[in-house]
Write a protein that binds this ligand. Structure first.
Ligand SMILES: C[S@@+](CC[C@H](N)C(=O)[O-])C[C@H]1O[C@@H](n2cnc3c(N)ncnc32)[C@H](O)[C@@H]1O
Length: 224
């Protein structure tokens, strides 16, 4: 897992990767930047009201969500501690060959490369707005050492990775979040929504990015 990849252009001109083993792409073929911005930045990051935000991402992959978040942090004057876990890191040359035009105009052109070159399993301050901690390992067995304000739930779909969408793992994420925290995911399946609710979240269905009717945003309201 996840096997051989091919690089694919998507409808907005940005690349994604397609895993032939899983039969699934890393992003929507209707536009990878468009999807990441819609689901994670606009419905997640911009919905959070704090200036200092700790994020946990399930699946670092191409680094696109990290790149867009870093860009937004600079643009909006936020300070972000970005934790991302990845069980199957991409070959650096493949990662760096991805084309994400106009994703990060506020950052230096080598920003994506710096995200991929950052060493694993340690905090790396990339600038005053963005500190990255890439955890190399399996999200299912990860020990959360800090609580998070925002979770980008960006695993492959429940059809190909059902174990990551089990209620038990969603509950572990809930327990590792701060009061008022937000989890966002591109997935809008009814069963995932009900599992998030049973794990303790208040869940909203929102309009999805192009090609998807809906997405989910789940709020962590502990002790209310
Ligand atoms: C849909 S892709 C999205 C990746 C990334 N967010 C991006 O924008 O490129 C899902 C990612 O989760 C990773 N992954 C799969 N199973 C995992 C696991 N058990 N723990 C951590 N990462 C996992 C995959 O290798 C892949 O990089």
């Amino acid at each position: 897992m996840p096997g051989d990849f091919v690089r694919k252009p998507t409808a907005d001109g940005s690349d994604t990767l397609y895993s032939s083993l899983l039969g699934e792409a890393y992003h929507s073929l209707n536009g990878s930047i468009t999807e990441s911005r819609h689901v994670f930045i606009e419905a997640g990051l911009y919905e959070h009201t704090h200036q200092h935000i700790t994020i946990f991402e399930v699946g670092f992959g191409t680094g696109l969500n990290a790149l867009l978040t870093w860009q937004s942090a600079v643009e909006k004057g936020l300070t972000i501690h970005y934790h991302s876990i990845e069980a199957f890191p991409l070959e650096p040359d493949l990662a760096k060959s991805l084309h994400f035009p106009q994703a990060a105009p506020a950052l230096a052109p080598d920003a994506l490369m710096r995200l991929h070159d950052a060493p694993w399993d340690q905090a790396v301050t990339l600038d005053s707005a963005f500190t990255l901690f890439k955890h190399k390992g399996d999200a299912l067995t990860h020990t959360f050492e800090v609580n998070h304000d925002l979770v980008y739930f960006d695993a492959f779909s429940p059809d190909v990775q059902p174990e990551l969408w089990e209620e038990s793992f969603l509950k572990r994420l809930y327990d590792a979040m701060n009061q008022g925290g937000i989890l966002v995911t591109y997935c809008a399946k009814g069963e995932v929504r009900r599992r998030l609710q049973r794990a303790g979240f208040n869940v909203e269905r929102l309009p999805g990015p192009p090609g998807k009717r809906e997405m989910l945003r789940a709020r962590c309201q502990k002790g209310l």
